[in-house]
Design a protein around this ligand. Structure first.
Ligand code: GRG
Length: 273
């Protein structure tokens, strides 16, 4: 399959949906809607929503079944970036090639934009036409992936564990939660919305857990940071390769429908940005 054509098609689908779903820029209160749109639209690889759509298809669903949820996952990712850039966190002035949200709109609005994106994501999760029981499971998966058991918990560990105490186990704990949880959560949500059988769901969960970790390991390789400081780049690269092989093997039983997921795992391993 042609991954770059697939990626482009899915990114366009997600970008158009985000454009439609986000509150219009001039609707009251206009400034925050402008800041939300500024932080979400434009650049961004859209890895999380694309994984959710691909997992939904691998489970036997259609991309449309997971489109609201895919966009909600991207809004949550955008919230994490907006808050991570704040002076109290990473204090970054630039995000996706333009001034970070708080640099453009001020710090108070930066905090509120993150809050609004997170709340709006849960609103969006309820809007698709699914059974209430499916909605509930999806909402719970997302809440767990981004709360204290997942992304927020990973970020807290990242800022609280002193560098001198950081061993491989602690690093893996942080990576699996801070970045891995939203990525693996995206795959699980796609699986649920594609009405995966229990066996398919478990295969997709294995895939998502591994790809989520690989995403952060590759980030560390690109930034020469995190796990690379601790274990060296060769060891991190070997582990990322092994996890990718395991992810690809996990979804093999799903047949040709899982082909995009296999290619996406290889893309995440070999990405250079
Ligand atoms: C502030 C609650 C809270 C959590 C912050 C995920 C996270 C925790 C912070 C993001 C900061 C960061 C740069 C983490 C490294 C990995 C990562 C998430 C990179 C950015 O994701 P990409 O590469 O970005 O998917 P694009 O711009 O393509 O969407």
């Amino acid at each position: 399959m042609n991954l770059s054509a697939y990626l482009k098609q899915r990114q366009t689908l997600v970008n158009h949906a985000l454009e439609r779903y986000l509150p219009p820029p001039h609707s009251v209160p206009g400034r925050i809607h402008e800041a939300m749109r500024y932080s979400v639209l434009g650049e961004g690889k859209r890895i999380r929503p694309v994984l959710a759509l691909a997992a939904c298809e691998a489970a036997g669903g259609k991309p449309a079944d997971a489109l609201h949820a895919a966009c909600a996952l991207e809004l949550i990712h955008a919230y994490s970036l907006v808050h991570d850039d704040l002076p109290a966190m990473d204090d970054d002035d630039v995000r996706r090639g333009k001034p970070s949200c708080h640099k453009k709109f001020g710090e108070a609005l930066g905090i509120l934009t993150g809050d609004a994106l997170l709340s709006y994501a849960f609103d969006l999760l309820t809007r698709a036409n699914h059974d209430a029981s499916v909605h509930l499971r999806v909402i719970r998966e997302v809440a767990e992936a981004v709360g204290t058991k997942g992304m927020v918990g990973g970020q807290v560990a990242d800022i609280s564990i002193p560098k001198s105490k950081l061993d491989s186990r602690a690093m893996e704990f942080i990576n699996a939660r801070k970045t891995g949880a939203l990525i693996s959560g995206s795959v699980r949500v796609g699986a649920l919305l594609g009405r995966a059988t229990p066996a398919a769901y478990s295969a997709l969960r294995r895939y998502g857990d591994r790809v989520g970790l690989v995403f952060q390991l590759v980030d560390d390789l690109l930034d020469k940071d995190g796990a690379v400081m601790l274990q060296g780049k060769e060891e991190v690269w070997r582990r990322a390769q092994r996890l990718t092989q395991e992810a690809v093997a996990a979804v093999k039983p799903l047949g040709p429908r899982a082909e995009p997921l296999k290619e996406l795992a290889r893309f995440i391993l070999n990405r250079s940005y």
